[in-house]
Design a protein around this ligand. Structure first.
Ligand code: O2Y
Ligand code: MN
Length: 616
């Protein structure tokens, strides 16, 4: 059994080892040598391939079981004592009942396997916003991925020993190996037997049956969002599903930091790593997925990226769409469910060059005739295939991305994929109005895309699958932030904006070639960021509309854009159409009805103001 100077850790590991009955228990030190040894063991056992050392140094390739390719929201539970505290947007089960079920599953679940004990820190070691955890797992793939995604090993253990405390995170792939049974290439349990469970009152995570991403790398969604959001509510901070970027005006060297929350498929990673198209501006990355924000002693909100790596979607990452992301996975990276080329490298749809003949697809089949392959029905790389790459590899990483005290947050952006109604950018009038904006985040979906009713799929604060407690109470926590004593009167709260890169005008012939989008997006989003930068300094002219402040004509720099993007299209992309917003109000009312009894009065008041301004 392991022996550390943390009594709580020793007792906890002993208890779980007695239940799970592993063949041996290994305390991970987080060293590079340990990473290479474990990954090479996976290669020797046929569970992984080492990539070509010249092309992709110290990098490994895994294929998951086809049933274990993504987060499993239907099997994710918030087990608070009262169901009401999990709220209307989470699956719930009584914690005692859930523990009874899971102890049954965990009993003997590591027979024939190694139990790895992973001490880790979310955030820079010892930082005032950082938190400590320990994950128990029977997956070497998880150990390797946690080494990339967190500060893992000896340094974290030392802090845990000093504190005699940590967030307990339990994981097993749920596939014991009794009597020398040969391991599967990717061990996991069937879908109905997977459990991703958070106990928010105890600050504990228990997961079972999946080895993939957010289900198994417990520092990420389970800890840094679900459990941390609950801790943040208790302690007066914010744990958010947000990227963090740093924007510099090169002429003055002045910087602003922006946190941004978007539902999936809105280009969040691309914005985090954006390369500006307007001269004189620089964007640097601090984080691509999660932000923890706390007030400093002067009442400024400061943010850290609690992660140490990017767990990015591979398909359509290219030198053109996101060079920084592509360069981030040039070495020391774990790839999962992409293609494996004959020269020992990786390939995915949209990487920017043709698929080499003889590539192995994510299911293990040889691609003999890449040209004739149907990319939608039978992709070489699974559409949720991933790279886990160290953030330090990113050429655009900010020099202070690991600052323990975090960066001062100047602006918060919310956004969604909305073909109509929502203008390119609008600004909240005050904090409560900004919280209203966050609470109505959503993207328009077609019925075919999700097998549900077409319309706006709300994803408040992009936190729908990640809020560890009642979402109505979470709205209230956001409202209350500016009134906390730590906010020092709320004088320094960040400005809040809502952006929509996806507004369309199918009728406009000039935009046909641009697929009907009224705004070019990608690097040109720097033009909107530059406007936001100026607004943070109280500069730039705005026009008041019923939904908030939009840029006055000419305020967004469109110099150098293709001729189809002109003052005419800017007028269209910034329009606030009263009839469309009257329909939106109906949809917001339907959305808010779910939170009855927990919806903050400030939000219903804000909706009433909007209705009155629209003449409703
Ligand atoms: O499918 C998974 O397990 C990963 S999901 C994910 C990964 C990185 C960043 N964000 C997400 C997400 O679902 O928001
Ligand atoms: Mn995410």
């Amino acid at each position: 059994m392991i022996k550390t100077n943390c009594a709580k850790l020793n007792t906890w590991v002993k208890m779980w080892a007695d239940i799970m009955q592993p063949e041996n228990v290994v305390l991970c030190d987080g060293s590079d040598a340990e990473f290479t040894r474990l990954m090479d063991e996976c290669v020797a056992e046929g569970l992984a391939k080492k990539l070509n050392e010249k092309k992709r140094p110290n990098s490994y390739y895994f294929q998951s079981d086809p049933s274990d390719v993504a987060r499993v929201e239907g099997r994710t539970f918030i087990c608070s004592r009262k169901q009401e505290d999990a709220g209307p947007t989470n699956n719930w089960m009584d914690p005692k009942e859930m523990k009874r079920i899971l102890i049954g599953k965990y009993t003997g679940c590591m027979k024939g396997r190694t139990m790895y004990v992973i001490p880790f820190s979310m955030g820079p070691l010892g930082g005032p916003i950082s938190q400590l955890g320990v994950e128990i797992t029977d997956s070497a793939y998880v150990v390797g991925s946690m080494k990339i995604m967190t500060r893992m090993g000896a340094g974290a253990l030392k802090l845990i020993e000093e504190k005699n405390d940590f967030i307990p995170c339990i994981h097993s792939v749920g596939k014991p190996l009794p009597d020398g049974l040969k391991d599967a290439k990717w061990a996991c349990a069937p879908i109905d037997d997977k459990y991703i469970v958070q106990f928010p009152e105890e600050h504990e995570i228990w997961t079972y049956g999946s080895g993939y991403g957010g289900n198994a790398l417990l520092g990420k969604k389970c800890f840094a969002l679900r459990i941390a959001s609950k801790m943040a509510q208790e302690e007066g901070w914010l744990a958010e599903h947000m990227l963090i970027l740093k924007l510099t005006k090169e002429a003055t060297k002045e910087t602003k930091c922006v946190c941004a929350a978007f539902p999936s498929a809105c280009g969040k990673t691309n914005l985090a790593m954006l390369i500006p198209t307007i001269p004189g501006w620089k964007v640097e990355t601090i984080g691509d997925d999660i932000a923890w924000m706390k007030f400093d002693e002067d009442g400024y909100l400061r943010a850290i990226n609690p992660e140490a790596g990017f767990f990015g979607v591979a398909p359509y990452t290219s030198a053109k769409t996101n060079k920084n992301a592509l360069d981030s996975c040039s070495k020391n990276t774990i790839f999962t469910n992409v293609g494996y080329t004959p020269d020992g490298d990786i390939w995915w749809e949209g990487i920017g060059y043709p698929c080499p003949k003889g590539t192995i697809d994510w299911k293990g089949n040889v691609v003999d005739d890449p040209e004739s392959r149907d990319e939608d029905k039978n992709p070489v790389a699974h559409k949720n295939s991933r790279f886990a790459a160290p953030a330090a590899n990113c050429p655009g990483i900010a020099s202070d991305w690991e600052s323990p005290k975090g960066v001062k947050v100047d602006a918060i952006l919310f956004g969604g994929r909305r073909p109509n109604t929502v203008p390119l950018v609008h600004e909240a009038e005050d904090w409560a109005h900004g919280v209203f904006m966050g609470s109505i985040v959503g993207s328009e979906v077609t019925a075919a895309a999700i097998g549900l009713k077409a319309g706006v799929r709300r994803d408040p604060f992009a936190m729908l699958p990640f809020c560890g407690y009642n979402m109505g109470d979470y709205f209230q926590h956001w409202i209350d932030m500016e009134k906390l004593p730590q906010a020092k009167g709320g004088k320094h709260m960040p400005k809040i904006f809502f952006v929509n890169w996806f507004r369309r005008d199918k009728e406009n012939p000039a935009l046909k070639s641009e697929h009907g989008f009224l705004w070019p997006g990608y690097g040109d989003n720097s033009r909107v960021l530059a406007y936001i930068f100026d607004r943070c300094n109280g500069e730039g002219k705005t026009v008041d509309t019923p939904i908030g402040k939009v840029p006055a004509p000419g305020q967004i720099n469109i110099e150098g854009l293709k001729s189809c993007y002109n003052e005419e299209t800017m007028k269209a992309v910034l329009t606030v159409n009263v009839d469309e917003w009257k329909e939106e109000v109906g949809r917001i009312e339907e959305h808010y009805a779910k939170f009855a009894g927990h919806l903050p009065k400030e939000l219903s008041d804000r909706l009433a103001i909007l209705k009155q301004r629209l003449g409703m």
